[in-house]
Design a protein around this ligand. Sequence first.
Ligand SMILES: [Fe+2]
Length: 394
Amino acid sequence: MPETSPIKWHLAHTSWFFEQFLLLQYWPTYKPFRAGYAFLFNSYYDSVGARVERAHRNLLSRPPLSEVHEYRNHVTHAVLDFFSELSEESSLIQSVLPVLVLGMHHEQQHQELILTDIKFNFFCNPLLPAYHTPGAQSDSAVRVDAEFPGDDPWLSLPGGIFSVGTRLDSDRDSADDSFSFDNETPQHRFFLEPFLIQSRKVTNREYIEFIEDGGYENASLWLSDGWDKRKKERWCAPLYWRKEGSSYSAFTLSGVRPLGLDEPVIHISHYEADAYARWRGARLPTEFEWEVAARQTPIQGVFLESERFHPGSPSSFWGGAWEWTSSAYLPFPGYRPPSGAFGEYNGKFMSNQMVLRGGSCATPQSHIRATYRNFFQPESRWQFTGLRLAKSRS
Ligand SMILES: [Fe+2]
């Protein structure tokens, strides 16, 4: 799959980010570790030079992993040396600290991609290897029972004008050093009509009802692009599912396991999420409906740190599985991409992608916040992607 990368590419690329944007920019005596790495490990920054096409990253036979680790150590120690030589009074601090922090958040994003890429890669291997052997604690967590909150599966929220997104650095007080990506800015007001949103994510049990009711064969439920994709790819269930007799199993990072019926459905495209919602007589929430509802609950759930690498309970807005929204990935009113190469980080992808919210079991918890906007093409299925439903309250 063109979207996945070899793991050693992720390892080298995240160090290249610090080499390219911090060391080479701010340390005049720094010499690149090896000529050619800039070409191999530049992801998509056209403003800094030529690069390997993404679909060709899987041809990366050299350098060997041992040299990638050597590269990482070299860059890490160079960054440490650079900061140890920098005085706190240096005028460079204001410029380099944001790059250092951005580089760490960038590496967290790749930590998640490493897991989702390993999962897809192992799934392509007929031996279906397990990446991870769950311990007793995490094993029970993988098969966690549903914890449906209360009797009412719907939360009812009033309409009104809400403040969404994150303030620009220039509008924050000096004590606020929290991080956000440029695509979460600027904070702005948004009017919402009253709405209902499910108090939990859609489960595998519920999704099977859609499958067995012919949801994948009913064109009237599908967006046109999704229907075409479904036919072309012969989708009849989420990615990684198998059916034997009347029971379903799914490939996980712990190998093939019986499908957890009360776990959140995952590895569905935006098109499948949208068709499921239509079949239920509901719709996907907009990204701002999701943000307003999720803000009412603490950021707790199954994140990377749990080392389960699989969602558990569907009851949290946070973690477990990303949730597709009905919102196209577009700039907020007044958004301005950063100047220079970092303008390519997020802004240039604001076309033909949909927003996901909330984080997954492969996302570091410290990476997530209420305004975080993930985005993927609507046909993407290899991330831990699920949904919850919304309805308008008329
Ligand atoms: Fe990257």
